[in-house]
Structure formats: C-alpha cells, structure tokens
Design a protein around this ligand. Structure first.
Ligand code: SF4
Length: 358
C-alpha cells in the first residue's frame, strides 16, 4: 500500500500545514480501499469512531443576497423559488434553538444571506448568540464577511464558531463567484481566528471543478494554521434557476474520496457531511462515516436545501451503532441517549418505518 500519508503526513502534534498539491493528488489517486483504510486508521487515533457531532442549521435571513455565488438559491441575481425573508425575530430563533436541543443537537448554527452584516443588524445577532448560548448549546453563525470589530463583538457575545467556506480551489474560484475574492474569504477567517473563535470552513464539490481543484481546496484548508476545527464538505445541491442547475453530477466515490482525504489531512478537525446528504442513500452516508466524517446537520432544512428528516438520521445512527457526541459539561448524556432511544422506538412503531429485514 502506498505509504505517503502514513510516512510523511504528521509532525509532532500530528498536524501538517505544508501539504503540496502533488501529495494531495497522490492521496486522491490511492486505491479506494487503501484510502479508506488510512482515513479510518487516522480517524480512530483522534476520535471515537462511533460518535457523530450533530448541529442544526437555521436560516435567520433568507434570500435577496447581493453576491453572485453560482450555486446559490439565495442570490438576488438568479430567479429561483426561494421565499425571501427578513431577519428573524430573536424570540423565534430561540424557540427553534430549544427544539434543536430537544432533538439532540449540540450546536446551533444561524445563517444569514448577507454579503456582510450591517451595523444595524449587529445588536440582533448579538442577542441571538447570547440567547442560544444560555440554552447550553454551542453557537455558530454564518453571516458573510466579517470585519475585525464585528468578529470581536460576536466573540464577546459568546459565539463559539464562525462558518465561512472557501467554497472551491483558488484556481476554480472565479468561475463560481466574482463579487468577493478568495483573499476576502481568507481575511474573514483571519479575523475570526484573531478574535478567538473557532473556525468552520470547508467547501462545495460537484461545481464542475476538476479533480485537482478538490485537492487544491483541501490543501488550502489543511495549510491554514491552525486548521479549521470544523470542515464542512458539501455536495452541490443543484437549484433550478442558478447557473449551475445543469452541471454534471459528481461521482459518489469522488465525494467519499474527498471526505477521506480531508480526514487524513485534517486529523483533528470535525469533518462535516453537509449539503447534499438528501441525495445520498444510507449506504453512501455510512461510507462517508467510514471515511472519517463525524459531524452532520440534523433537521429538515439545511438553509434552503432539503436535508433528511431528523428521524431518518436517528434510525441510520441506530443501524450503524453511532452515538451523538455531547458537549462537555452542558448536556446530560444519559438524557440525550434516552431521548434518542425513545425516538427510535416511536419511529419503529410508525407505518412509515421501513424494515430492511422484510
Ligand atoms: S452563498 Fe451566501 S454569499 Fe453567496 S449568494 Fe448565497 S447567501 Fe449570498
């Protein structure tokens, strides 16, 4: 078996920030089983292989975004079916967060379709962060570009994570977005890091990019110092009306390879199976967990793209013997497990339950 990742992948703290494109391409070129074995081996060195962290994502302001991301239903430049919504009231956001907690989520992510938050929006988002935090949930936001001052303000309010994706490789980037630069994105990540928040940053695959663009994206992410704590890998959800509505599908094995390579290169990060999970059957999702994915979004809506319903996720976890990760000190594990068990039993008695043994 090629030994590239095992022999040279890790320095003392097991994390490298000097990956070259040739090395990453070589990982992608490994025989599938060798790649999966390496990814799972590294995964087990850093994580409980049977635990998945669960986040809920709520769109707190939908549509009418001035940016031109060619995959996005929320860009004002494309004619999509999206219903525009103003910034949600703080109370409504907190109600949604309570429900997410009851369903087993440990992190609540709030997303707004903005180029960047305006000063008039900041008091509201700050209140949302404080309120969600007080429920004992980890907090995450994705609001577009952030200035140093805004990053500091959110950190002081108690924001744990900020999501800002690199989206794709620097080489493919101009094909996808023209209204902000790659450097703008890196600057926001820098501001988030400097403010003391954790970074959630990943990308989207299936944008019509080349295989080497996927390698280049992962190289960018892994060479950030420190690496992002959370790395969402999204499969494009094709939306009618957007320029990428008819782009060619990405082969599912290429997607699984991305997860595995991300796991090898970012051994201590949570690799999140994000958008596009709706189009994946249970076996595909199980392969992604085997490749080292250990975080998902729960719930029926992933911003504006459909996401498998929570109970289907619970059933899949049950079939695979996967437990949900808990937040240290905040969530009583036994209560959470009881809730999970109760939901599984409830679902098994439902007419909708599909018994694979029949
Ligand atoms: S991805 Fe974000 S920034 Fe880009 S158009 Fe959609 S909402 Fe706007």
């Amino acid at each position: 078996m090629p030994q590239l990742a095992q022999s040279s992948a890790h320095n003392n703290d097991n994390v490298r920030h000097n990956w070259t494109l040739d090395e990453v391409n070589a990982l992608f070129a490994l025989p599938f089983n060798d790649l999966m074995f390496q990814a799972q081996t590294i995964h087990r060195q850093h994580f409980n292989a049977n635990e998945v962290q669960v986040s809920t994502l709520l769109s707190i302001k939908t549509g009418a975004c001035p940016e031109d991301c060619k995959y996005c239903s929320q860009s004002a430049r494309y004619k999509t079916d999206i219903e525009k919504e103003r910034l949600m009231e703080v109370e409504k956001v907190l109600e949604a967060a309570k429900r997410a907690k009851e369903q087993g989520s440990t992190r609540f992510c709030m997303g707004a379709a903005w180029r960047n938050p305006k000063e008039r929006d900041m008091p509201y988002v700050v209140e949302m962060v404080k309120g969600v935090k007080s429920l004992g949930l980890e907090t995450c936001m994705t609001l577009g570009m952030l200035s140093t001052e805004q990053a500091n303000e959110l950190q002081q309010a108690g924001l744990d994570y900020y999501n800002h994706n690199l989206d794709t490789s620097p080489e493919h980037y101009n094909q996808i977005i023209t209204t902000r630069s790659y450097q703008d994105r890196l600057d926001t990540l820098d501001n988030v890091r400097s403010a003391g928040m954790k970074v959630c940053s990943g990308g989207i695959v299936g944008l019509g990019e080349q295989a080497t663009d996927r390698a280049s994206l992962l190289m960018q992410l892994a060479n950030l110092t420190p690496q992002p704590e959370s790395v969402p890998i999204n499969m494009l959800v094709k939306i009618d009306g957007t320029p990428l509505a008819d782009v060619e599908d990405l082969d599912h094995f290429d997607f699984i390879r991305c997860i595995a390579v991300a796991r090898i290169m970012m051994p201590k990060s949570h690799v999140r199976l994000s958008a596009g999970r709706e189009a994946m059957n249970e076996q595909m999702q199980a392969m992604c967990f085997l490749a080292g994915a250990n975080s998902i979004f729960y719930g029926c809506k992933l911003l504006t793209a459909a996401n498998p319903e929570t109970n289907q996720d619970i059933l899949l976890f049950k079939k695979l013997g996967i437990n949900t990760e808990t937040v240290a000190n905040d969530i009583d594990e036994s209560i959470e497990q009881q809730q999970l068990q109760a939901k599984v039993v409830e679902q098994q008695h439902s007419d909708l339950f599909y018994n694979a043994a029949n």
